[in-house]
Design a protein around this ligand. Sequence first.
Ligand SMILES: NC(=O)c1ccc[n+]([C@@H]2O[C@H](COP(=O)([O-])OP(=O)(O)OC[C@H]3O[C@@H](n4cnc5c(N)ncnc54)[C@H](O)[C@@H]3O)[C@@H](O)[C@H]2O)c1
Length: 369
Amino acid sequence: MAVIPVALAGRSYEVRVGSGLLADLAAQCGPLLRKTRVPIVTDANVAAHWRDAVETSLTGAGFEPRWMVLDPGEGAKSWAVLERLVDWLLAEEVERGDHVLALGGGVIGDLTGFAAAILKRGCGFIQLPTTLLAQVDSSVGGKTAINTSAGKNLVGAFHQPSLVLADLDALTTLQAREMRAGYAEVIKYGILGDRAFFEWCEANGPNVLAGEAEAQEYAVTESVKAKARIVAEDERETTGARALLNLGHTFGHALEAQTGFSERLLHGEAVALGMVLAARYSARRGYIADADAERVAAAIGGAGLPSKIAGLGLNCGGRALAAHMLHDKKMDAGTLPFVLLRGIGEAFLDKSVPLDDVASFLDGELQAG
Ligand SMILES: NC(=O)c1ccc[n+]([C@@H]2O[C@H](COP(=O)([O-])OP(=O)(O)OC[C@H]3O[C@@H](n4cnc5c(N)ncnc54)[C@H](O)[C@@H]3O)[C@@H](O)[C@H]2O)c1
């Protein structure tokens, strides 16, 4: 098992990565579970595969698990489900010093984390991420949120978990498409800040996706280390360091909006294609060589992720895509900072990108074969 500390003044915690962590849950959580009753939030897909392991571990140690099993999908990050969850936690008499367990992907983690942030002005929570995306990204760093009719993740809070247990066994039941979507966030750490890790991904990506245990453990551990380093440096995204994690997100968000935040394009897939576009746009601005941009595209396409916007059948122009960017929550006093590349492993924040130029770049990409 690897243990990665997330160092934050007064709010430090560990991310543990390894096999068998859910089966060993009671011992892993230790004194964080201070009452017999343990509230656990999950979704029906995750419950089908992992409820028994969690139940067995907790009941075996004398705990009484209490379950809130939600419908799977992004719809759970809503006011209505948040209200239901908070009411349930109150009925379960959860107190500030207690911990709520979030067993699932980014949806369950974001929703449960936000409920924990506002319950009695903040109670504890433990992340038990079960998707690759949640293990390498969303469970670490304390961003929690729900969606509203105005957009995704627009209502939320920074609220750090007390512990993250990334059980690699959980990945064995994940669908291949979800694995690939999570892998986009793995390779992102290489592209944005670590060329050697990008090269490792180029060579080992297929092994990660094929479920090879050593490769998966390395990929998750290195990703969590990268995220922990960046979050420790810039917890609330104020200095710019954490903003680099948004590589691919501005382009990706526009694509998600255009496809209606639907199954047509998963978040990780949108980020993957967004990173290709960010790399190609960086080449257009003269920051990197075309060959480097194409290398990024090849690594992403080679992992079975979308690398060509033309393949999406979007039926719109570059201007329509750029218009979605105006609603990006990273807009700051009329400018939209873009994460671009000076090289593979060298992301930076460019606050001088003209949206008209982005629109005409996207027109070209939409027309390319
Ligand atoms: N907080 C952050 O920093 C952050 C970062 C990135 C993404 N996010 C959020 O994360 C969400 C996406 O997360 P996600 O990709 O994990 O989606 P998800 O939580 O919807 O999970 C994807 C699918 O996999 C299923 N699933 C989960 N674990 C499984 C397992 N072990 N076996 C079988 N099926 C399993 C789920 O039921 C769901 O159908 C988005 O809402 C996004 O906004 C948050």
